[in-house]
Design a binder for this molecule. Structure first.
Ligand code: 3PG
Length: 405
């Protein structure tokens, strides 16, 4: 039995349902939504709620950023994808919003204004405190059920994520369920070989994930790429050259080297460090063994031999979890490692990918349909894989224990 409730636990028809979604998306200066992956992720939930009165709550960006804007374009995009009218209401919980909600009929869908326009939304507080806010007090009497389908923002203890679960019966949406089930499969490593491939620039986050998976057990090997690999190469005593040492120092990862060394010592043979790298020599790719890295060239990708070795391990895995790119994917010459690793992952038994850059690369390569699960979460998926408790999910569990009594 799941420790949270789902849409299967509640009546839906004619019900008044408040759904937190996360459609925070890249937008161009003209207000066009550039990527609708997160919208598509919510469609299974919205289809299952077809016979209810559905009010969607969401945020876009953060105060002070250029794309901190209204959700008008988001309502239009939802309408196109759902093939049903999704009405944008330019209010969050004022009288206009409340009147619009009261006037709804079964089958209607409303998208309220950007929740982050309301300052209290953005304060990290426990659910019981958020539940006392004006927003919750004004809105909750209008609903029968709260649904959190916004996995990607569930690492934030924000008002619209955790406030309603205190006062309304609450369920996880379909996307939330899929995120939790898939990421759990990766972390538990129930089938073998089960491997993690961690890259990108956030070495501290990746190291936390490695600590978690080895503490829990179940994962057979971790392959490191990107800056994460450079930190592990330094931890194994490899001379990565002055330029790369300075780069790691500039990212404030000097302290991570001893943690990486400790992990290597305590888990012999389990962390696989690339044995060759591709250097950026005046924009050209220069593949060299790690013993031969010169002082003044930047590591920009994993090397060709590593690509072959890692791809084989990944293809043969029953479960593979990927987070972070292997090199500078934006530069054609250094996109090879990321592209080959992602292609190999589609041949593994079960493939899970997380993180903004990784999913953007998957999308660019057209590989999304071949992955078992591409997480909609950036920060949320890395927190989950690190073993952190996500406030949005914990709030759902708390609501379930109260409801089941
Ligand atoms: C995201 O894009 O990762 C989520 O929507 C959370 O956004 P935030 O980092 O601005 O809280």
């Amino acid at each position: 039995m799941k420790d949270y409730l789902t849409l299967d636990d509640f009546p839906i028809k004619n019900q008044r349902i408040l759904v937190r979604v996360d459609v925070n998306s890249p937008m161009d200066p003209a207000g066009k939504i550039l990527d609708d992956k997160r919208f598509r992720g919510h469609l299974p939930t919205l289809r299952d709620l077809e016979e209810a009165r559905v009010v969607l709550m969401a945020h876009q960006s953060r105060a002070g950023k250029k794309d901190f804007t209204t959700l008008e374009a988001h309502a239009r995009r939802f309408s196109q994808l759902l093939h049903r009218e999704v009405t944008y209401v330019d209010d969050i919980f004022g009288s206009h919003a409340r009147e619009s909600i009261r006037a709804m009929k079964p089958g209607d869908v409303i998208l309220l204004e950007n929740t982050r326009f309301y300052a209290e939304e953005n304060i990290s507080r426990p659910p019981e405190e958020h539940a006392k806010s004006h927003m919750v007090k004004q809105l909750y009497p209008l609903f029968d059920l709260f649904v959190n389908d916004a996995f990607a923002v569930s690492h934030r203890s924000h008002l619209s994520v955790v406030g309603f679960t205190e006062v309304l019966p609450s369920a996880a949406g379909r996307l939330m369920e899929k995120e939790i089930d898939s990421l759990d499969m990766g972390v538990r490593g129930n089938e073998h070989p089960s491997i993690f491939v961690l890259g990108g620039t956030k070495a501290d986050d990746s190291i936390k994930v490695i600590q978690n998976v080895f503490n829990r057990g179940g994962v057979d090997q971790v392959l490191v790429t990107g800056i994460v690999a450079t930190v592990f190469q330094m931890a194994s005593g490899i001379d990565v050259g002055e330029k790369n040492r300075e780069f790691v120092k500039g990212l404030d990862y000097s302290g991570q080297i001893s943690i990486a060394k400790d992990l290597l010592d305590k888990n012999p043979g389990k962390i696989v460090v690339p044995q060759d790298v591709a250097l950026d020599k005046d924009g050209e790719r220069l593949d060299v063994a790690i013993e031969k890295i010169p002082p003044n060239l930047q590591i920009a990708d994993i090397g060709l031999e590593t690509i072959v070795d890692f791809s084989k391990k990944i293809r043969e895995a029953e479960i593979v979890v990927l987070n972070g790119t292997a090199g500078i994917f934006e530069k054609e010459k250094f996109a090879l490692g990321t592209a080959e690793i992602l292609k190999a992952a589609t041949e593994a038994g079960f493939s899970i990918a997380g993180g903004g850059h990784t999913s953007a690369a998957i999308e660019e390569l057209g590989l999304e349909p071949k992955f078992s699960h591409v997480s909609t979460g950036g920060g949320a998926s890395i927190s989950y894989l690190s073993g952190d408790q996500l406030p949005g999910i914990e709030a759902l569990k708390k609501a379930a224990s109260r409801y089941r009594k």
